[in-house]
Design a protein around this ligand. Sequence first.
Ligand code: GAL
Length: 404
Amino acid sequence: MNRARAVVELLAVVLVTGLAVAPGPATAPAVADNGLARTPPMGWNSWNAYGCDIDQDKIRAAVDALVTTGMREAGYRYVAIDDCWQADARTDTGALRADPTRFPDGIKALADHAHAVGLDLGLYATPGTRTCANIYAGYPGRLGSLGHERQDAATFAAWGVDYLKYDWCLAEQDGVDPQAGFTLMRDALAATGRPVVYSVHRQPQQPVDRWRPAVANLWRTTGDISADWGSVLDVLDRQVGLERYSRPGAWNDPDMLEVGNGPLTLAEDRAQFSLWALLNAPLLAGNDLTTMPESVRAVLTNPEVIAVDQDWAGTQGYRVFDDGDHEIWRKPLSGGDSAVVLLNRGTSAATVTATAEQLGFPGVTGFGLHDLWTGQTTTTRAGTISVSVPPHGVVFYRVSPDRG
Ligand code: GAL
């Protein structure tokens, strides 16, 4: 093939597939055009709290708790049932059905219950022949959607499902191509006519495939998070550089929240919540909402932190400084301010200093600093800010430049 023809053919491929030459907001492929998830989805998912140990009472209780705790009013909308909701075999007609013992009233009853209080229901499925709980925990049944994509999407739509988590789970062993497999379910969902937010987990999670924003509303960027500080930091470290992929309708998903779980302290809970908000991450609580202490509720419902997560000013937040134990993450806000997280990974309090440039305002010397956790506002004319950050914790500021 001569060079000119090769260029023409490459351009044709770019046009037909929607692939851009270089990643980045200006040239990236179109997002999944279902019009959903224009801001990062917020809700609750059963996995981190309960794993496979779920039943309809727990899901109903989560729906009710989202209402009574004020989380619904704070923006939490989806109640997502993760793996282990299924009966161990399909019906005679090949349809999925809920486990009759743990979900005797079926999934539709739960969707109806959620809808009755203004919430939405999420569900879990996989593109191969097996779910992850079948593979890794011996959950009975080969219940993947391979060969049943249209049927399963129609079932979910008929039940009133509003959000689907489609989890890879070794589907390569069934010969599934990731792009084709995830696209098949995207199209099957679209064919139902029901708006369904589409969350995918492809393994390996990185590098982020160029097709993901055009296929899914959100995609996992790491393996599973766990309820310990090291895991939170490990997931965080893997977000560096991914900001170019996310935008309204298509979000990086650094996995669910562990706020309120395991041995995480209040400082660590605030740190995860702050950083996930800065990353425009989906905010999917993963704790037991029925036993949640007020301190945890206050973290999950902090309106100013949630507002950062839901705000889109052209890029998710990204790391601007890292000296090992101390980091600075910044995100531009739509009103012209910066959201700035000062992170202390170490085990003793430390003073972290940010320059005007790191705050996003080179040459500016005066700043208003609104602390999103204490609610206090201070000002400085020093040209930099220096603040004591608690161990395993953050200080989270909305920074306003004073150009006067
Ligand atoms: C994993 C997934 C978890 C959870 C689990 C269920 O692959 O990352 O979030 O969904 O499967 O088995």
